[in-house]
Every structure is written in structure tokens, then in C-alpha cells.
Design a protein around this ligand. Structure first.
Ligand code: ATP
Length: 521
């Protein structure tokens, strides 16, 4: 049996290599050397991503009575982004190292550190030491030396010369310097993150449009269309999933921060507190509701509560219109980071679109007999960041000591993705114990075909049974079915469960119903 599992200290590299090995995620444009900030989902990853999105859609739209779904364009009228404030404010502060690496940073991602200034003295000619006009900022002399060897020696043509590195007395200070080469940083300048393209055949006469940096604005501009056609009264929500694009300054950490990604956003339109009748939930109560609801969603789909927490943005850091913003953070291998944001956006977006489009987007409240602009609570999640959290949380390595599964009684290591069954890319894998026995192959293929009618099942006979189990464990397949020689006698097959590795014998004519119960229960 397997040792009792703990979440292993999984690193991002471990997840990246599992994803590549098992066809979950590949670097974008891989055969051309990659395209920074893009990733492609492989055969297994595409299923996982679809399942994450379906799980969200189910709980946000299908299971609720108060939310409608929409699917709006990626290209919106340019005025949308002026109205929403993105043209003016959707920027990140960008700075560059003045050192030889010339690396580029998001200024707010560079931590302040205590560093001293180091200078280089060329002592090749002992009699005439020469101090060079170069500075390296580093916490220690050792670090300054590392920077020198990695960057400065070659850039300054100092290879083969004797160079001393000296700390300048009294220079120690706390500030922001390049963590890669110890260079000073340029002043931060604001860089707009929206990607643009042109609409129309002739470039000069065509219109510049933006690729949407969020899905939310497509919802706001369709608020009245959706409300009127669905005959909705407040409170109600509109949800959407889809691609967004941001020209991130430093895309990094695998699929955590990319330039093309998917979002799952819902705008919940509700009455401002002063218009609520006795017993109706106020806007602030809805904000609380959605914070908790979204946290519970991640727990429902298997994330350990200890790896999730709320981060409430301090009041003084909120946008002028926001009445509260909370991030749900996950303990990624790179530390606690935003997984999803829940924002109380007041009536900012609809008011802006009213002003810029000239259309009246106010709501007529029959109870209060007046018009007003609804308040909005927005839970905004990233599909890719959610996938990364699910992958990291599900990853385990175990020592298997049983003699089962072709291991011959030896200890062996197995990698398991303990994914929630609704998220698992493959729900069941069917194998014949011997691929040279046509009756076993035929029976296994028939079971796989029957399973495929209601779920994603696979047939595989490309390795020995132990190896086939391990492959499925690594992608989180909850059940494996083996057709063996005895199956022909007792008309039964072995069903093996991923986490416990327990095997049960199930009659052939009941195996599909059995798995359907297990998967849907
Ligand atoms: P960050 O501060 O990390 O840049 P944000 O606060 O700008 O994120 P939002 O605008 O609130 O992010 O977007 C909602 C969600 O979309 C985020 O919580 C995240 O899950 C996802 N997301 C945003 N930017 C990216 C990106 N570049 N790559 C992948 N997912 C992203």
C-alpha cells in the first residue's frame, strides 16, 4: 500500500516537466523556439482546461437562478476602452537596468534592498591602478563579484585583466537596483498593457482596435440587452468566459502570468443599500457573499483550505470608485499570489458607459419608483491560474510498497495527480492485460467505447499494466479498468481506484453503470 500522503513540496519545475511529459501544457510556438508569454494546451491539458471552465460555468450559471451567461467579442469598439479607463490607466510602471544586462522590470515588482556601491579597479598594471567608471550595487562583495563575472567582465572587455572589486565607503543605502546585474534602474515610466491590431484591409485607412484585456467590458456594454431580453430584475448577474490579452512586461512563472490567457468573470448587478427593502441583501452583503462563495468553489474542487487565503486591499489603495476589493490568494510554489479578485466596483462602469455612449443604462426600480445605476460585484478569475493551482495542489509523490501492479514486490515511486473527478482530464482508462489476446482486446475496446458515450474514456495497450497505471496516475485518471484472462471465464473485470489503488471485481455487464455512479455520485 501507499504511504499516507502529504502534499509534497512541489516546485514549479516539477509541474512544468510533468505538463510537458504528459501532454498537458507546452511552451507556445515550441518548434520555432517559443514565443514569450504564450503556452499551448496539449491533449490532456485541453480536457483539464475545459473541465475547469465547465465546473465554473456549472456553479456560476447552471446551478443558479440569478445569473445569465454571455459570450461577447474579443474586439470591442475603441470607445469602450476610453470609457472604461483602460486607455488612460491600464498601465504598469516599467523600468530598465542601466547595467549591461539591460533587463526590463515591472518597477512595483522590484523589492527594496540594502546595497552598497562597488567599483572596479583594474590592477593589471600594479604601478598604475585604474578605477573604472562603472558601479555595481549589491548587498555583499560576493554578490558584486558574481554580477561582475556574469555580466561586466565581458561587456567591458576585461577578460584576462586583473580587476579588484572595492566597496565605496559610506555608500550603503536601501533602494531598488537590478536583481540581475546590480545596475541602477531607470525612472519608471507608465506602459499601457493593451495589445492592439487594425481592422480593415488597408493599414493606413483601417481602425486601430484593442484585443480585450479583460472579459468584463463585454458584459457591461451588453448589460441592458441581456437584462431586457432575460426579463431580469435586480439583483442578477451576467457571466462570461474567454480569452484576454495583456502585453505583460515580465510574463513569467509558467502559466501564472502570460500575455494571452483566459478569464472567467461575472458581474453581479445589485441594488445600492439605500434602495433595499426589508430582508433584501445590500450591496455590501452581496460582496461578502461572493467572497465566500468563490473561496468555497476552490475548496469544493479539491484545493486544501490551508493553501487559500483572503487578501483585503487596504482602503487607501482602492480605486476611487471601489467600495472593497479582496483577492483570493493561493500558496503557489512561488509563494502566496493572487488567484482571483473579487471587487465591489460601485456604479463606475455603467456610469462611464452611459456618459460615453449616450445610452441610458439606469435601472427602473418599481418598488422605489425611481431610476438609478446598479452597483456591481465582480468575481474575476483566471482559468490558467486556477489550473496551475489545481495542478500544484493535486500533485503528490508516493512510495508504493505493495507487490501489485507489476512492481514485483519492490518499493517504487509513483506520481499522482489527485484531481477532483470532475476536473480529471480522463475519467477512465481501459486496458487488456495481454494485447495479443484478441478476445481481451475486443472486450476492453467495447467497454471504452461504451464509456465514451457519456464521458472521456481511453483505451490503451501500449505498455505493461504497471506502466499503464502509472501513466494514468500522473494525469489524475480516477479509474482504470483491466480485462484479464479470468474475465473470459467469470465475465468480470478489475476496476482500480486511483488514490487507494484498491481493486474491485465488477461484472462485465455492470461496469459501465458502476463507473457512471462513481463518477457522477
Ligand atoms: P495581477 O495583479 O497578478 O497582474 P490583476 O489584479 O491585474 O492581476 P485582474 O485584472 O483582477 O488581475 O484579472 C482577474 C484574474 O485574471 C486574475 O486574478 C488572474 O487570475 C487572471 N489574470 C490576470 N492577468 C493575467 C495574466 N497575465 N496571466 C494569467 N492570468 C491572468
Amino acid at each position: 500500500m501507499a504511504d499516507k500522503l502529504q502534499r509534497s513540496d512541489v516546485t514549479l519545475d516539477t509541474i512544468v516537466s510533468l505538463c510537458k511529459r504528459r501532454g498537458i501544457i507546452f511552451p507556445g510556438s515550441d518548434i520555432y523556439g517559443g514565443l514569450q508569454g504564450t503556452f499551448d494546451y496539449g491533449p490532456v491539458g485541453a480536457e483539464l482546461k475545459r473541465n475547469v471552465k465547465n465546473a465554473w460555468w456549472r456553479s456560476m450559471v447552471q446551478e443558479r437562478f440569478d445569473i445569465e451567461g454571455v459570450d461577447t467579442s474579443l474586439l470591442l469598439h475603441p470607445a469602450v476602452w476610453t470609457a472604461s479607463g483602460h486607455v488612460e490607466n491600464f498601465t504598469d510602471p516599467l523600468c530598465d537596468s542601466l547595467g549591461p544586462s539591460r533587463k526590463r522590470y515591472r518597477a512595483d515588482h522590484i523589492e527594496e534592498t540594502e546595497c552598497a556601491k562597488f567599483v572596479l579597479v583594474d590592477v593589471t598594471d600594479n604601478a598604475a591602478p585604474k578605477t573604472l567608471d562603472t558601479e555595481i550595487w549589491a548587498p555583499t562583495k560576493k554578490k558584486a563579484k558574481e554580477f561582475f563575472q556574469q555580466w561586466y567582465e565581458k561587456a567591458l572587455g576585461l577578460e584576462g585583466r586583473r580587476v579588484k572589486i572595492e566597496e565605496v565607503e559610506g555608500s550603503r543605502t536601501t533602494g531598488r537596483f537590478s536583481p540581475d546585474d546590480g545596475g541602477r534602474l531607470t525612472e519608471a515610466r507608465q506602459f499601457n498593457l493593451m495589445l492592439s491590431t487594425t481592422l480593415g484591409p488597408v493599414e493606413e485607412s483601417s481602425a486601430k482596435v484593442f484585443l480585450r484585456p479583460e472579459t468584463a467590458q463585454g458584459i457591461f456594454i451588453n448589460y441592458e440587452n441581456a437584462r431586457a431580453t432575460a426579463r431580469r430584475k435586480l439583483p442578477f448577474g451576467i457571466a462570461q468566459q474567454g480569452k484576454s490579452f495583456r502585453n505583460e512586461i515580465t510574463p513569467r512563472n509558467f502559466i501564472f502570468r502570460t500575455r494571452e490567457f483566459e478569464q472567467m468573470e461575472m458581474e453581479f448587478f445589485c441594488k445600492p443599500g439605500e434602495f433595499c427593502k426589508e430582508g433584501e441583501q445590500s450591496d455590501m452583503e452581496w460582496f461578502e457573499f461572493w467572497r465566500n462563495e468563490r473561496l468555497q468553489w476552490y475548496i469544493r474542487y479539491g484545493i486544501q483550505p490551508a493553501n487559500l487565503r483572503f487578501y483585503d486591499h487596504p482602503k487607501e489603495k482602492l480605486s476611487h470608485y471601489s467600495r472593497g476589493t479582496t483577492d483570493i490568494e493561493y500558496l503557489y510554489p512561488i509563494g502566496w499570489q493572487e488567484l482571483e479578485g473579487i471587487a465591489h466596483r460601485g456604479n463606475f462602469d455603467l456610469t462611464q458607459h452611459m456618459e460615453h455612449s449616450g445610452k441610458d443604462l439606469r435601472y427602473f426600480d418599481p418598488d422605489a419608483n425611481t431610476h438609478y445605476v446598479p452597483y456591481v460585484i465582480e468575481p474575476a478569475a483566471g482559468v490558467d491560474r486556477a489550473m496551475l493551482a489545481f495542478l500544484c495542489d493535486a500533485y503528490r509523490e508516493e512510495i508504493v510498497t505493495s507487490g501489485e501492479e507489476g512492481e514485483g514486490g519492490k518499493e517504487s515511486r509513483r506520481v499522482v495527480l489527485g484531481l477532483h473527478k470532475d476536473l480529471a482530464p480522463v475519467k477512465a482508462a481501459v486496458f487488456p492485460l495481454l494485447k495479443n489476446r484478441p478476445e481481451l482486446v475486443e472486450t476492453a475496446k467495447k467497454i471504452a467505447a461504451d464509456l465514451k458515450r457519456f464521458t472521456n474514456a481511453v483505451y490503451d495497450d501500449t505498455a505493461a499494466i504497471g506502466k499503464l497505471y502509472r501513466r494514468q496516475d500522473e494525469i489524475g485518471t480516477p479509474f482504470c479498468v483491466t480485462v484479464d484472462v479470468d474475465s473470459m471465464e467469470d465475465q468480470a473485470v478489475t476496476v482500480r481506484e486511483r488514490d487507494s489503488m484498491q481493486q474491485v471485481r465488477i461484472p462485465l455487464d455492470r461496469v459501465v453503470a458502476y463507473l457512471r455512479d462513481q463518477l457522477q455520485g
